[in-house]
Write a protein that binds this ligand. Structure first.
Ligand code: DAH
Length: 335
């Protein structure tokens, strides 16, 4: 009977086609009431002479059954794994997906270019808050209470006393409060004005500059700004200073360069004047020095400020400022 069991098992194993079948087969042979378990129990009724041989036979069959079940089980596992791998297979002959590389925004490119030029001339870089108090944005910079720039039309008010800074000039004041002369820094950053058309966005960027020491004169201002403009726009760029007015400088100037688009012969961008207005500048008004506790008898200084978007627009001949902020990849890729 035990001799037939091997054969019977092999036959049944052949018809096993699933892990569930195999489980059932295992129960039938090795389970509590399985054929082999029963055979081992029946061993006690065998005669003492028969017992060792029969016991060995049953154990042999048991090992045989266990080994076959284990190998069938491994085969099922293998098949399952193959199925999973096949399901998740990728076609390695397909072209890969490229991750787009990011790059600096054109506004940042221009901003870093400007920063580099001034850093090489010994200026450090200063930062200030974009949400600013009326004091730093206006008062300390000598803006009279009724100055039009303080108007709701231009300034975003957070509260009566708090504004979104309308220019980077407040960083002058904060920078001077922090240190004693000599002072030489630029302050790049975002500024906000309630204005929107093809040359204005409510948020834009400026770079402020400040240099304070003994014996700083208007010639120093001219020298530094000319050196900057020649590096920025080319060594042959013509530069001119026009008298102007800012509350925080006296005297004040507006600085123009020869039109970089038409070379000075006159075009739409320079409105046929041959000149482009690039920055505002002047000698720091003693009223501002008084606000930060600098001795106006000992120290003089100059300041300047420029809009980055405007410079970027001129440099790349872009006629609509809004293009910078639409995030159209086709536009941004060109820089
Ligand atoms: N803050 C001025 C503006 O936003 C720009 C400016 C002009 C800054 C003259 C200066 C300066 O430091 O001296 O229009």
């Amino acid at each position: 009977m035990i001799d037939d069991l091997k054969e019977k098992f092999l036959n049944e194993l052949e018809s096993v086609i699933s892990p569930a079948d195999l489980f059932q087969l295992r129960v039938n042979y090795l389970g509590k009431k399985g054929h082999l378990t029963s055979a081992l129990k029946a061993l006690s009724s065998a005669t003492p002479d028969e017992r060792p041989l029969l016991g060995k036979k049953i154990n042999d069959v048991k090992q045989f059954v266990e080994a076959h079940i284990a190998s069938k089980e491994a085969a099922f596992k293998n098949e399952e794994l193959k199925k999973q791998l096949l399901a998740g297979a990728i076609d390695i002959t397909l072209p890969g997906k490229y991750a787009a590389f990011g790059k600096e925004h054109p506004i940042n490119q221009v901003l870093f270019e400007i920063t580099d030029i001034f850093v090489k001339m010994g200026f450090s870089v200063e930062e200030g808050p974009e949400v600013e108090t009326d004091y730093y944005n206006f008062e300390a910079l000598n803006f009279p209470k009724d100055h039009p720039a303080r108007d709701m039309q231009d300034t975003f008010f957070v509260s009566d006393d708090i504004v979104l800074r309308t220019h980077t000039s407040p960083v002058q004041v904060r920078g001077m409060e922090k240190r004693k002369p000599p002072v030489r820094f630029i302050a790049p950053g975002k500024v906000y004005r309630c204005d929107a058309d093809i040359t204005h966005t409510p948020m834009f960027h400026q770079v402020e500059g400040l240099m304070v020491d003994k014996d700083i004169t208007f010639s120093n201002l001219k020298g530094i700004l000319e050196a900057f403009l020649h590096q920025m726009f080319g060594p042959d760029t013509r530069v001119r200073f026009r008298p102007s007015f800012f509350p925080f400088t006296e005297p004040s100037a507006e600085v123009d360069i020869g039109c970089i688009l038409c070379g000075g012969s006159g075009c739409r961008v320079c409105k046929n004047s041959g000149w482009l207005e690039i920055l505002g500048a002047g000698m720091v008004n003693p009223a501002v020095f008084k606000n930060v506790g600098y001795d106006t008898e000992i120290y003089t200084g100059f300041a300047f400020g420029m809009g980055i978007e405007r410079i970027a627009m001129l440099k790349y001949a872009i006629d609509d400022i809004r293009l910078f902020y639409e995030n159209d990849i086709r536009f941004l890729r060109q820089f």
